[in-house]
Design a protein around this ligand. Structure first.
Ligand SMILES: *[C@@H]1O[C@H](CO)[C@@H](O)[C@H](O)[C@H]1NC(C)=O
Length: 256
């Protein structure tokens, strides 16, 4: 009997604890509504957390944020955000770079969405809201329609002018070499020292692993890498590290 009462009491208690947890969630939800969390707030928060590398490896832009991301990636704000990142490269070079004179001072750039914009492609593919179709993206790359990111092009010229050697390390495959060179030159990039693309031996590696290996090779060849500009964390992370890295905004896709 006593045991039964205890059991009943316990059931009652857990029932109320259950209720209060549910209540708390409801209140929390209402609180959020009162604060006016809108879809725009939600999507901006998604975007910033992608940039902070808290949200990793997403396949597609969340359906409800496709419009928001599309607007951002074609906005003045995106342009200003990119310009600011590039300005910081200039500030860093002005204050920290000293030329060694042995021809081994170097800088690394990504290509897609760092030097060349793929936004014109993604405009036709729901701004990352649909699963990547690599053959369709590569067909577009072969058409050499990538536009220059203006601020990046200015930095490219500045870096060349300072006497650094420029290496382009891209996750594009070797088979796209001719199209890539043509596209780069057409929109005003020339005078790089190396254009490194993915060979068949790299096909099973992650992009981060492949790019880190290419940096290692450059460093073994005596290059001092002063900085990397890229729009993907996989271009900046991994060993060996370099003196400074600069991340350009990109919430269209995530390369691992
Ligand atoms: C991917 O793109 C290619 C080339 O445009 C097209 O032929 C193919 O149907 C697409 N695949 C899918 C799954 O949409």
């Amino acid at each position: 009997m006593a045991r039964n009462v205890g059991f009943l009491l316990l059931s009652f208690l857990s029932f109320f604890i259950g209720l209060s947890v549910a209540d708390w969630n409801i209140l929390d939800h209402k609180e959020k509504h009162k604060l006016g969390i809108s879809l725009k707030n939600y999507c901006e928060s998604w975007r910033i957390n992608v940039e902070l590398n808290n949200i990793r490896g997403f396949d597609v832009v969340p359906e409800e944020c496709v419009d928001f991301i599309g607007k951002y990636m074609t906005s003045t704000q995106y342009n200003i955000d990119s310009e600011r990142a590039i300005e910081e490269c200039s500030v860093y070079l002005s204050s920290c770079f000293t030329m060694n004179g042995d021809g081994k001072d170097a800088w690394i750039f990504d290509i897609d969405d760092t030097l060349l914009s793929t936004v014109p492609y993604y405009k036709k593919h729901r701004f990352g809201g649909e699963q990547l179709n690599l053959s369709s993206l590569e067909e577009w790359m072969k058409e050499k329609k990538g536009t220059a990111l203006e601020h990046s092009r200015n930095l490219f010229k500045e870096i060349k002018g300072r006497g650094l050697k420029i290496f382009l390390i891209s996750s594009r495959g070797e088979h796209l070499r001719d199209a890539t060179v043509d596209n780069l030159v057409k929109v005003g990039y020339y005078g790089w020292t190396g254009l490194i693309l993915r060979g068949s031996e790299d096909s099973c590696k992650t992009v981060q692993q492949y790019k880190a290996e290419q940096r290692k090779r450059l460093i073994e060849n005596g290059y001092r890498i002063w900085g990397i500009v890229g729009d993907q964390w996989s271009s900046l992370q991994g060993l060996p590290t370099v003196k400074r890295t600069f991340k350009l905004p990109n919430s269209l896709y995530y390369v691992v």
